[in-house]
Design a protein around this ligand. Structure first.
Ligand code: ZN
Length: 341
């Protein structure tokens, strides 16, 4: 049995059919992803599907700054008021190296708090991101209460969002919010394992100086793919967090065998850290054929990845991240989740 935590409110971030200045604005992170995943876990009778409890803003503010959260909540209405009409909010001038000040204008802040145009703020973005964070927290609470594992069907995803920076389809870092909540409420060590095709740069940034949350990420080499500016193997943490961040960069077209070898190395480091809780950032864009990813992990590989992680025996929260191969997304997710059911 594996409980799935899901909220319909996540559909409110409706990236399908968005138009920008009269043109279709197409991104792969669409509401149908969550609907496909939900249908798959229901059809497989993986376990109960439950709505999230509301933990409020406090656990979100333990991972993100108050100014950033306020910006996400208000930027859509604020820019609509300035523009005289509502529409997708995208930064068009991003804070570059050498930027000297945080702007007061909300138009400037859109480029201060984001680093790319893959994350438009739409009418329902805040509501959906808030609901996704509550899904992760509810999954964490179930595991804290004794369940072996729980699946947070989060959308939008979270691992590219840092304390005060969003990008890569992400706004609130669901996995980080759950991990910090567990660390703070149980006063015990937490490990985050990010298996999404892309480096979990937001997660890395949030915990870079924190020795209480070990962060491990397996991903495409940043010379080959997004997020470009983070993810190298020599990024090991800083200050008190030095030695508690680990990255494994894998070449394009990585298949099951080399992936599982890198995963074994990551799991060895996690085991030696002896965490009380494990949060998995689960991105199925590692699957062969994914239109956004560049690896070649088979369904059998996904099942083996799930089994290896489950064999650690650490109570585990699985937070949904990427995965864009819509016609196989449900089967790929089930291949992985089956190890925890
Ligand atoms: Zn990804």
């Amino acid at each position: 049995m594996l409980a799935t935590v899901y909220s319909d409110t996540q559909r409110a971030h409706n990236t399908a059919g968005v138009r920008l200045e009269g043109h279709p604005y197409i991104i792969d992170e669409v509401p149908a992803r969550a609907e496909i995943l939900l249908q798959a876990v229901r059809a497989a009778a993986l376990g109960p599907v439950v709505a999230p409890d509301d933990f409020g803003l406090a656990p979100i503010l333990a991972a993100h700054t108050a100014e950033y959260v306020d910006h996400l909540q208000t930027v859509y209405a604020a820019t609509a008021a300035i523009d005289g009409q509502a529409g997708p909010v995208l930064g068009n001038t991003f804070a570059p190296r050498g930027a000297l000040r945080k702007p007061a204008s909300v138009l400037g802040l859109t480029g201060y708090y984001s680093y790319g145009v893959g994350s438009p703020v739409l009418a329902g973005t805040w509501a959906a991101a808030y609901a996704a964070a509550q899904c992760a927290l509810t999954a964490a609470a179930r595991v804290k209460a004794g369940e072996r594992a729980a699946y947070a069907l989060c959308r939008p995803p979270g691992h590219h969002a840092a304390a005060d920076l969003y990008g890569g389809y992400c706004y609130l870092n669901n996995a980080a919010i759950a991990a910090r909540w567990l660390a703070q409420t149980t006063r015990s060590r937490v490990a985050i394992l990010d298996i999404d095709y892309h480096h979990g740069n937001g997660t890395q940034m949030i915990f870079y100086r924190d020795p209480g949350v070990l962060t491990c990420s397996l991903h495409a080499h940043p010379d080959d793919d997004y997020p470009w500016f983070w993810g190298a193997a020599d990024e090991r943490g800083d200050g008190p967090g030095l030695g508690f961040n680990h990255n494994w960069t894998l070449p394009q077209n990585t298949g099951d065998e080399p992936y599982l070898a890198a995963l074994a190395a990551a799991l060895g480091i996690i085991a030696s850290n002896d965490p009380a809780w494990l949060v998995v950032s689960a991105g199925f864009d590692i699957a062969v054929g994914d239109p956004v990813g560049g690896f070649a992990i088979t369904p059998a590989g996904l099942a083996a990845i799930g089994a290896q992680i489950a064999s650690l025996g650490v109570p585990t929260i699985i937070a949904q991240e990427g995965g864009y191969l819509l016609d196989r997304l449900g089967a790929n997710a089930l291949a992985f989740l089956g190890a925890f059911a």
